[in-house]
Ligand binder design. Structure first.
Ligand code: OTU
Length: 653
């Protein structure tokens, strides 16, 4: 019944499209629109069905999809078709990503082209260029306060240069990831400017209020994202004479998706960047898309409906393009951003695995894998054709986002344990070599997060200062161990620029008054190319880290067992210091490397792995195993193998 109605609606809409669309050859477009229209129409109706202009809004949405399809280049359309056929292409173990700032890693987009050999030397073939769209010079939040969604910031180059870079990457079989900041705009964006000047149409693009009544009601249940630097979720705008919702910094205005015009604008922006050659789009802060009185205004059902709509629309115009959900939320909520109750991913194909990230750091601090094991065990199942983005560090702070129940099961008091972790990573805990800083300390709740570079958090800075070779070795081992896990876990590993050469905290940001109060900048340093050159010099810290990671990346790409097809089995072993999982190649069950046992030891002492428990899985029938990263044979003695300290072993029978 409903399906018929939606069919009739489709025909009506097609009649109303601009004549130039009707005259254009849109064969694949109509096929895809037909296939997705029922979903698009139902979702749009759920969100906006009550509005008198519902149909006009639907027409405008479909028109947007058609116009962007018409502008899509023949090459990209070809790639869409190829990816539709080979729809699991991104689950392959061949992809290894890196996030970087175009200006801090290279000078600009042109410079970035000349730096690609460094990435390829390491084995990176997916490049996430951090946001490069036009931002105000000072209030930019590292690119996440966008002033013009259709323009590359002049500091980085031009849209044409980005297109050229995309083409170069394609030739090198590398993927391009770009950011779309979907939740907010800069207060200098044209929409915000016009809202400030009193245009009602644009005030409706945001959450704007005359007095404190609504803001106060919202505040009752809304947490604060940046409590130390941007307390509260609303900002008084002097020009407009009104309050506006600003969940992040006070210059970042939250978009109001209760207004369908906002959604249509954003879909248009998404498709524009898809057309510039992005293979993957990282959707920023997706958990925040829908605001509702009486809720935390995160992970609302409507936020998921909006993402489903964005995905279905992208499926019509640019089906080869994937979405990454940046939802740094509770473990039980994260997997929902793949989509729920559907066979295929219906929201974002890829999601940041923030749970794994924060638990890896727990392993570093506690030197055991108790909480890590529980967290992985309780990681919600994901849909087919969906995969994790596994990372150790990124440009943001580290939130201590483990599940409180898991903490209790590990024998910790969750609050005390968080305090311990903060103390550990800020170096206050006795014996800690970590050099981080607390971020976002909230005096009301006592919560805090952690800033700092991977190497400094792993103890390398302290070790280098004390010139202690054992401590240096320990820090290097820790860096490699963490990467070993993300390379073998299942999903796309995302490196952070600088980490493969052991980049330490940078204090340059303190000299910039607009950055000095945001210590996330400690981990956003200017890439040091002289330091990078040391990777060629035997015995240097840079060479020891880089070469090991490079080898592991190359090895990962050869191991079909590391592709992500629901083929990871967490194994229970009776040693709390070890994380043990089995990866199986589901396609070629009978080759020598079809099963890889990944054993990570978070302790600073070697650990016994008892083999008895692994026998039911048909493992360890031999007298020795081979460790793939080192190429060494590990002997079985007393029905156990010894796992070296702070090591991630990839073992085969
Ligand atoms: C994201 O951050 C970006 O990664 C940050 O760099 C931006 O400042 C922020 O959005 C605003 O655009 O929204 O869903 O712990 O993880 O701010 C998570 C804090 C986000 C960050 C959080 C994150």
């Amino acid at each position: 019944m409903y399906e018929q109605a939606s069919h009739a609606m489709l025909n009506e809409i097609l009649m109303e499209l601009k004549p130039e669309i009707g005259n254009y050859r849109l064969r694949h477009f109509y096929t895809r629109l037909g296939a997705n229209f029922y979903a698009i129409h139902s979702l749009f109706h759920l969100l906006y069905g009550e509005r008198p202009d519902f149909k006009a809004q639907m027409v405008s949405l479909v028109e947007t999809l058609a116009v962007r399809y018409m502008a899509r280049s023949p090459q990209l359309r070809k790639s869409d078709l190829a990816r539709e056929r080979d729809y699991n292409w991104f689950l392959s173990q061949k992809w290894v990503g890196m996030a970087l700032y175009c200006d801090r890693f290279a000078d600009d987009l042109k410079g970035l082209r000349t730096r690609l050999p460094y990435l390829q030397d390491l084995g990176i073939n997916m490049v996430h260029i951090m946001p490069i769209l036009d931002c105000p010079p000072t209030h930019a939040d590292g690119g996440y306060a966008v002033r013009d969604f259709f323009k590359v910031d002049a500091r980085y180059g031009t849209t044409e240069e980005l297109e050229a870079l995309a083409a170069t990457l394609k030739k090198r079989d590398m993927l391009l990831v770009l950011d779309v900041v979907v939740n907010h705009t800069s207060n200098e964006h044209e929409w915000a400017q016009r809202a400030r000047r009193g245009e009602k149409t644009f005030q409706d693009y945001y959450y704007v209020f005359d007095d404190r009544e609504m803001p106060d009601t919202f505040e009752e249940t809304m947490p604060e994202v940046f409590p130390a630097t941007a307390p509260g979720n609303f900002t008084w705008d002097e020009v407009m004479g009104k309050w506006v919702m600003t969940v992040f910094n006070n210059y970042q205005w939250d978009l109001n998706y209760r207004n369908p015009a906002v959604l249509i604008e954003m879909i248009d922006i998404i498709l524009f960047w898809a057309n510039q050659g992005a293979d993957v789009l990282r959707l920023d802060a997706v958990a925040f898309l829908w605001k509702k009185i009486g809720s935390t205004c995160q992970n609302e059902r409507e936020a998921h409906l909006l993402l489903q709509l964005m995905k279905d629309c992208c499926q019509v115009t640019a089906p080869g393009v994937l979405f990454i959900a940046e939802a740094i939320v509770a473990p039980s909520e994260v997997a929902k951003y793949f989509g729920e109750d559907a066979i295929n991913a219906k929201e974002c194909e890829i999601a940041y695995n923030a749970t794994l990230m924060s638990l890896l750091w727990d392993g570093v601090a506690t030197k055991n894998a108790m909480l890590l094991n529980l967290g992985i065990k309780h990681l919600p199942n994901k849909l087919e054709r969906a995969t994790w983005l596994n990372y150790v560090r990124c440009h943001d702070d580290i939130g201590l986002g483990f599940d409180d129940n898991d903490a209790r099961l590990s024998g910790y008091d969750p609050v005390q344990h968080r305090h311990f972790l903060i103390d550990y990573f800020t170096g206050r805990y006795p014996g800690s070599t970590a050099r981080g800083l607390p971020f976002g300390t909230n005096p009301k709740t006592g919560d805090a997060r952690i800033s700092g570079s991977l190497a400094s958090l792993a103890g390398l800075e302290t070790a280098l200062e004390s010139e202690d070779p054992v401590a240096i070795e320990t820090a290097i081992k820790t860096i490699v161990l963490l990467h070993g896990v993300i390379l073998s876990f299942g999903g796309i590993p995302l490196f952070y620029y600088g980490d493969a050469i052991g980049t330490l905290n940078s204090l340059e940001y303190l000299a910039d008054p607009f950055r000095a109060n945001d210590n996330r900048w400690m981990n956003r340093s200017n890439f040091d190319w002289d330091k990078a050159a040391l990777r060629h010099q035997s015995g240097t810290v840079e060479q020891r880290i880089f070469n090991t990671l490079k080898k592991m990346i190359a090895l990962r790409k050869e191991l079909n067992a590391f592709a992500d097809f629901d083929n990871r089995q967490l194994l229970n072993v009776d040693n709390p210091n070890l994380l043990v999982f089995l990866r199986t190649d589901i396609h070629h069950a009978h080759n020598g490397r079809s099963r890889v046992l990944v054993v990570s030891n978070f302790n600073t002492d070697a650990q016994r792995l008892q083999l008895g428990a692994l026998r039911p899985h048909g493992l360890f029938q031999q007298v020795a195993m081979r460790e793939l990263c080192s190429g060494e044979r590990i002997m079985v003695e007393d029905d156990a193998v010894m796992v070296p300290p702070l090591t991630c072993c990839w073992l085969i029978d």
